[in-house]
Write a protein that binds this ligand. Structure first.
Ligand SMILES: Cc1ncc(COP(=O)(O)O)c(C=O)c1O
Length: 300
């Protein structure tokens, strides 16, 4: 719902432009919503066909018709990190706005939205923020858009006078207008705790451990799994890889089922990816080694 709100708001801020840009490798929700918003507004979706979106890919499909570009900061399959600042600048130079999906970066990779002058962002809190299943999503709106930001799901919690029971909607000043109904308070308690833990550890230290865990997976994969037919699908350059590593194997789907049955809780991602999630605050190096050893044993 957060993505729908900000994407609708973004295209409304660019009247006269009728294209929404997104990559074919993006998460289904992002692609499906881009298509829904385009259909609602009579816009066209322009697709970037790349697994690892670079500024030049964005440059090739953006122009005077671009209203908004939707991209993931960290790719949910490959873990490739997009150039958030560079791509934002490029889209702004062409008059468009950018919505960043931070689902796989928040709590794992430092994100500097204000510094990059990003327009909008969304993210979830149940991954690297450790807030648990059902914890709510969040959204970000650059302060320079607050006044003009109009989101479509208008409810009493986002109204200027919540308890005024007004006849018509008047948006609250500032970011509170992003709210709709009563927030999921129990889920937010989990977010509070997850964010407090992250703040205590510090994102730079969390990032350093994420990089080391990812490197550990890649080194073990090279030694143990590549000889068994696996390939590493995530960037080998630490600076370009987020907090997970995806391994490819022709029989990944069946192998994933066997791994899960044997207590190695990876994610299968079509068509042939086994995603190893590495949450730095809770995952240790010995655990990763044990999981990789189990993958080797079961694959063999
Ligand atoms: C990049 C990305 N965007 C969006 C989502 C959807 O999140 P939710 O199910 O919380 O809406 C996910 C979930 O994994 C994701 O990885």
């Amino acid at each position: 719902m957060c993505l729908y709100k900000v994407l609708r708001a973004a295209v409304a801020l660019r009247p006269g432009r009728d294209e929404i840009v997104i990559d074919t490798g993006n998460f289904p929700t992002d692609r499906f919503l881009a298509e829904s918003v385009a259909a609602e507004r009579g816009h066209t979706v322009r697709w970037i066909d790349a697994d690892d979106v670079r500024a030049e890919d964005v440059a090739a499909v953006t122009g005077p018709r671009t209203a908004a570009v939707v991209l993931s900061h960290v790719d949910y399959r490959s873990a490739a990190i997009a150039d958030l600042a560079g791509i934002t600048r490029l889209v702004h130079d062409r008059g468009g706005l950018v919505v960043w999906d931070l689902c796989h970066s928040v709590g794992s990779v430092p994100v500097a939205l204000d510094a990059a002058d990003a327009d909008f962002a969304v993210g979830c809190t149940y991954k690297f923020l450790n807030a648990g299943p059902g914890a709510p999503a969040f959204l970000y709106v650059n302060a320079r858009h607050h006044e003009a930001f109009g989101q479509p799901i208008t409810g009493w919690m986002g109204a200027a006078d919540t308890f005024g029971m007004a006849e018509h909607y008047v948006p609250a000043p500032g970011i509170r207008r992003a709210l709709s109904g009563t927030p999921p308070v129990l889920g937010m308690v989990g977010v509070q705790e997850g964010v407090a833990l992250l703040a205590e550890a510090g994102i730079e230290r969390v990032r350093a451990k994420a990089v080391a865990l990812g490197r550990w997976v890649i080194d073990l994969a090279d030694e143990w799994l590549v000889p068994l037919g696996f390939t590493v699908a995530s960037p080998r350059d630490d600076a370009r890889r987020g907090g997970h590593v995806t391994l490819r194997h022709p029989d990944a789907e069946r192998l994933s089922r066997v791994l899960i049955e044997n207590g190695v809780l990876i994610d299968f991602r079509r068509p042939d990816g086994i995603r190893v999630g590495l949450s730095p605050l809770t995952t240790g190096f010995a655990e990763v080694r044990a999981a990789m050893a189990r993958i080797r044993e079961l694959a063999a």
